[in-house]
Design a protein around this ligand. Sequence first.
Ligand code: RB5
Length: 147
Amino acid sequence: MKIAVGSDHAGYETPGPEYKPGIMDFLKSLGHDVVDCGTNGPEPVDYPDFAKRVSEAIMKGEAQMGVLICGTGIGIAIAANRFPGIRAAVCTSPEMARIAREHNEANVVAVGRRILSLEQCLEIVKTFLETPFSGAERHKRRVGKMG
Ligand code: RB5
């Protein structure tokens, strides 16, 4: 699968590990193609710019799913959810990741560098990518109401 990955400077916060490279390497080890939407270092940037890049990659069909990283996952998810067809879910556990896919058909998972360990993020991302949308009528109807 092609997966767009974006973060603000929190993805490179010190002390390490650097979360964005860690997540990108993990995705590649699972056999995915990564579309790197930046940022690529610890200099402070604005998370909406990177939410926009990931969202546009999905909207253009350059990626099927996205992973976003900021301090909490919240700001960058709020920014991504302003784009049509983007359903970004802040997840703090694999259970949230599973339900975000099964019920909400989320196509972007957002994680927080200052909330979760890198290992927790990897588990969340893996669960998110491996879980299909349930396809149940009630979930289709609810997702459809969001446009
Ligand atoms: C940046 O310091 C921080 O505000 C940002 O990464 C994020 O947590 C916002 O939601």
